[in-house]
Design a protein around this ligand. Structure first.
Ligand SMILES: Nc1ncnc2c1ncn2[C@@H]1O[C@H](COP(=O)(O)OP(=O)(O)OP(=O)(O)O)[C@@H](O)[C@H]1O
Length: 481
């Protein structure tokens, strides 16, 4: 839309931001989408610059960017701060803005542009993924998947009955792992800018949650899941940003029957790894997290991202599997991989954030699982913790003064990423076969409810040197008096 940018195919964040710095690309793009949005764009020619002296002055840059941000606000598209583009430190906000612009363009092109424009994203994005049908599954309940996030489900018993849903995006059965990741990438990357982020895979047993998060048990490199791609990406960012030094820690926890499990398998396996890496990767089998007290933390160093990825896979296989009437490898626990990021820039400013990658246990109803005894207990725990998650999300939606985090281990563990100041993405999974119709509808209703939640503006968890100095001064003066 803005013409050739003169960027390499895989630009660094610095290269990307410097190409936007003059404001010309942004102003031209927004004017193509909404004619006259920025009435006066300062170009080399309008500024009277000769070909030998083509650079706009800092003041002229500022003018263009400021006018662009005014236009963005008027169109109700997520904005960024001028300082984001100057420091090139918070690329996440700039990317969010460009994605908002893209969504606005798509909305204008779609038939819905007669209706009101609403940027669905907010801090909660809800995507839906439909897994491919297997050989034996012949009758399908998926009637229509739109490019604009629309999904229509057909009742297999009453073929006239169709239910409509609307999400940020729906991924059909042929969408690749990489395409799914690409949509979540900017959110994941914003962890490096200091945002807390939580990504959930939700859906009934066998609908593809583990596939999305971890990839298939046996598969090629291109099938790797969101967890691995996120780790690779975060490491890559930490290598390319020269102005911030990052430390990344990884934590893995399994919640089974309201107990946090220590994964002994991990424990033994990790001892094979030795240190010497640019980054410290900390695998904690246990943690202490805001009121949730867990036993000893064990620190191990691993050599590369792929070591961590393999560990995640083993941990996943090690999850509490059992047989149910629906899926004989049904995972009955919630798995939470947390990536803690701590960054410090040359001036000493500090940011601290975390990314929770959550593969939830299957959401099917107890009655359909035909289970008894221990299996019934598991199903009840799963249903209870998922309904607690729903309660927390509802309370957040209603801006309630009390958010019931303490009602389940899952919500307690995720507390710092389930608040008004974090970003959240739910990837609701559905199976295509007609037999799953009831579960599909209940999954989509839950996801739809989540998508209506509007949290406040996400906050960066940054502490500047000035704030730290002030805090220390306050501490010193109260200590001395
Ligand atoms: N998009 C996909 N493409 C190809 N195969 C898929 C896809 N999604 C799921 N599958 C396959 O479907 C089966 C069930 O998927 P998966 O185990 O990920 O489901 P799940 O929702 O995690 O189930 P559970 O709740 O039991 O853990 C697996 O064999 C998986 O490889």
């Amino acid at each position: 839309m803005a013409g050739p940018l003169g960027l390499p195919a895989q630009p660094t964040e610095q290269e990307f931001v410097s190409c936007l710095k003059s404001g010309l690309v942004l102003c031209n793009a927004i004017n193509k989408i909404q004619s006259g949005a920025v009435p006066k764009v300062i170009t080399n020619q309008s500024a009277g610059l000769s070909w030998e002296n083509q650079t706009l002055t800092a003041y002229q840059y500022f003018e263009n960017i400021r006018n662009f941000l005014v236009a963005v606000d008027e169109l109700k598209i997520p904005s960024f701060e001028i300082s984001d583009i100057e420091r090139a430190g918070s690329v996440g906000n700039i990317v969010d803005c460009i994605l908002g612009l893209k969504a606005y363009h798509e909305w204008k092109q779609s038939s819905k542009s007669n209706g009101p424009w609403k940027y669905l994203s907010g801090n909660i994005q809800v995507y839906c993924r439909v897994r491919p049908a297997f050989g034996t599954e012949v009758k399908c309940s998926i009637d229509y998947i739109g490019n604009d996030g629309a999904l229509i489900i057909l009742d297999p018993l009453k073929s006239q009955l169709r239910k409509n849903f609307q999400f940020n995006k729906v991924f059909g059965p042929n969408v690749t792992q990489e395409e799914v990741y690409k949509e979540t990438q900017s959110l994941i990357r914003s962890v490096m800018d200091g945002y807390n982020v939580c990504i959930f895979a939700y859906g009934q047993t066998g609908s593809g949650k583990t596939y999305s998060m971890c990839g298939p048990a046996i598969g090629s490199a291109k099938d790797i899941g969101i967890n691995s791609m996120a780790l690779n990406d975060l490491f890559q960012i930490s290598c390319t940003r020269e102005d911030i030094k990052y430390e990344i820690h990884v934590q893995m926890v399994e919640i089974y029957n309201e107990q946090i499990l220590l994964d002994l398998y991990h424990f033994l396996l990790l001892n094979q790894f030795v240190s010497f890496t640019n980054f410290t990767l900390e695998i904690r089998n246990c943690l202490s997290n805001g009121g949730l007290s867990l036993p000893d933390a064990t620190m191990h160093h691993v050599v590369s991202t792929s070591d961590v990825v393999n560990l995640m896979k083993i941990g996943d296989r090690n999850r509490a599997f059992s047989c149910t009437a629906m899926n004989n490898r049904s995972s009955r626990s919630h798995s939470v991989v947390t990536i803690h990021v701590c960054g410090r820039d040359v001036l000493g400013n500090k940011l601290q954030s975390c990314l929770h990658l959550v593969d939830l246990a299957g959401s099917e109803r107890v009655d359909k699982s035909e289970v008894t005894g221990d299996r019934m207990k598991e199903a009840q725990h799963i249903n209870k913790s998922l309904s607690c998650l729903g309660d927390v999300i509802s309370a957040l939606a209603q801006k309630s003064s009390h958010i019931p985090y303490r009602n389940s281990k899952l919500t307690l563990l995720l507390q710092n990423s389930l608040g008004g100041h974090s970003k959240m993405l739910m990837l609701a999974h559905v199976s295509p076969e007609a037999e799953s119709y009831g579960e599909t509808i209940s999954t989509l209703k839950f996801a739809q409810r989540v998508s209506t939640v509007e949290l406040g503006v996400a906050h960066v968890n940054k502490e500047s040197v000035e704030i730290r100095d002030l805090r220390e001064q306050v501490f010193c003066s109260s200590f001395c008096t």
